[in-house]
Design a protein around this ligand. Sequence first.
Ligand SMILES: *Cc1c(COP(=O)(O)O)cnc(C)c1O
Length: 397
Amino acid sequence: MRLSNRALGIGESQTLAITARAKEMLSSGVDVISFAAGEPDFNTPELIREAAKEALDAGYTRYTAAAGLPELKRALAENLNSQLELELTSSQVVVSVGAKHALHLAFQTILEPGDEVLIPAPYWVSFPEQVRLSGGIPIVVPTSAAGRFEPRPEDLERLSTKRTKAIVINTPNNPTGAVYSQDCLEAISRLAKKQDWWIVSDETYSELVYGEARHVSAASISPPALERTIIVGSFSKTYAMTGWRVGYLAGPLDVCAAAGRIMSHTTSNVSTFSQKAAVVALAHRRSSVEEMRREFEFRRGLLFEGLEKIAGLSCVWPQGAFYVFPDISAYLGRKVNGALIGGSLELSRYLLETALVAVVPGAAFGVEGHVRISYATGRQRLIDGVSRLARALSALA
Ligand SMILES: *Cc1c(COP(=O)(O)O)cnc(C)c1O
């Protein structure tokens, strides 16, 4: 018996081998420092955990409407409206099984087989696979460190065709930490209107911005941009709630209604007590988020300062999320014990085996010559990890 082409076409993550090896080393007692984490190292704030326990005891153990608890949708709409200066109603919000599921619902709702979707690279690992799963064709748009990893309008125009149906953007960005400027979002919105594209806007890290940086959504740019923007968000990173599986999509009414219908035949609602806890998380947004945000901001400085001292590494100062994406191309092409370090995958393997530091190869995000370093780890581990990296890299120079 043969599996579907859809199932056979889904790639396994290239990062998996390295992360699996790091875990194996850790469990056999090797002191690996992991800079590979894609989730906060904090526990979910106590207030939110208590809310879930109370919800369970109060009997919130049954189905809700597929698209979510009305009070959570209302709270999300209010929160988005005040942050992004929008006027969404609660029917323009769908509570999904994390942002990952919101993306899947968005693509299921807007794509026909063969539709092309523009994806600026480096991209979050699941974007291309998600587009393929919904029958679309991912079209990768290169960006550069010199251009602060923002897509350039001329590249978007050059790579678009009559079949282009949408563009996926992610700001603040995983893996680069870039926060798209107003200018960049205006240019994308203008093009989207001219060429009639949807804008799928992954704003999972919207609350995690630092210094002078401000998060702007494509939906806030103009009324025509609002009409075509599907906002994707999550409680995972903001509130350290990755395991709770609460995310959302927000935007055009017909998209949300269709996404709700799809949910009613697939997942049904997100776990009811997770939704109740999410209501409490939003109500205490300031206190829950700010402490973690400040700690990330401090670590960003600590990590960046350390990386900058390593000759041969070059980094763009990240403005959001919890990643740095240094250029490591100066170290490629060297041989270690007869093995060529030809790309980010081999370099990551070398760093794991020699420095006992796990990083994620840039290749996983669609670009070579970089690695992703996550600062979702404690301060002392960051300091120790950076000195291990410095030692291992200087041995290559
Ligand atoms: C972590 C992450 C997601 C997935 O978040 P969940 O809400 O846990 O599904 C989506 N997009 C980006 C860019 C992420 O980093």
